[in-house]
Design a protein around this ligand. Sequence first.
Ligand code: ZN
Length: 436
Amino acid sequence: MERLMIEGGTVLPMTGQADVYENGVVLVESGRIVYAGPRAGAPFLPGARRINAVGKIVMPGIVNTHCHAAMTLLRGYADDMRLMDWLQTKIWPAEAKMTADDVYWGTALAAYEMLSGGITTFLDMYFPADAVARAIEATGIRGIVARGIIAVGGPSEALSRLDESREAFHRWNGNAGGRITFMVGPHAPYTCPPDALLACAELADELGIGIHIHLSETAGEVEEARRQWGKSPIRHVYDLGLMKGRHVVAAHCVHVDDDDIAILAETGTGVCHCPVSNLKLASGRTPVSKMRRKGVPVGFGTDGASSENMLHILGSEMRIGAIQAKELEGDPAVFTAYDAVAMATIEAARALGMEAEIGSLEPGKRADIILIDTERPHLTPNHDVFALVAYSALPSDVVTTIVDGRIVYDNGRLTYMDGREIMAKAREAAARIVKS
Ligand SMILES: [Zn+2]
């Protein structure tokens, strides 16, 4: 495997706010970081391919904690609607027409978009799992596949989807150099009755993996849970035992009370904070700083492209999420630029339970690295590099994206797939899906 020497850039390893290395060096060997720091301390790596990073910020790849990647095919198809109307009249009928190939191209499009904006890892909840895994393999991105499980049609519906999850796990887990991993993906407590949730927990234990689920996204959902079970969705899932002894990653957690936050903190449940999706769907505002103060690991997520419209965290979740966190507590000091960058990288990795492998540039970790070009008017001058990344940088400022030590996106082009073919196939699929 190739050795890389990325030199001359401003290196942000995301190991602390004070760790910023001008004219720094990052060394990569066999897909992993060997060194990230000042030039003076860098060991010699014979035969390394040199990447000139002068004028660029070198930082860990961004981690997208929550996505429905293939929903790129429905981008802009049904905006400005209320949730149930949106699902019932637009999304579900369109999804019913999607083939596995459509999902493959939709996921490839999502991966292309994410890599172009510096996202190197995403946690996906969609189906079929095989098609999602194939697209991860082909594009070069890192992905965690959670086959979405909805069990409103009774136990047999849940069982067949659990079987599919298990089969896909055995076929794909750890493939593509370890870039493909799995979680079990019960959609939400309102679409999975308790027996289905427990079956998901059993499967997670059998496979030794975590659980990804939507929790407390809307006020209506929480109200309905209180009516049905006499408690919040988070308390409900906790009481069922889902959060005991396994890692749970919960999307949204917008409408949470102190008891909910205490549960999330106690169990180390990772929270996917999707501020743009929550704002656009008028779902509410997640008390993100409060959760972080209580020790809940929180990372940014985009959600699907039919609610957030673009699968970018740079210039989107990072910027809007930071602004919203300040507004929410009426205090601009409560959430800093560094907090925003951390929530896009190392804290997001922690939320996914992957902080030993990704999220920062430290020796031994996977070499998931991005280069941001600062030779842009909106990134000039540089007083505080974290402020540049959190508040000014756009996804299109990312010039190079590296996953597992492989350059997967460089100067506007994917390395392992033809971006124009992906867009053409996605357009074809999208047109067919929405035709009535
Ligand atoms: Zn979602």
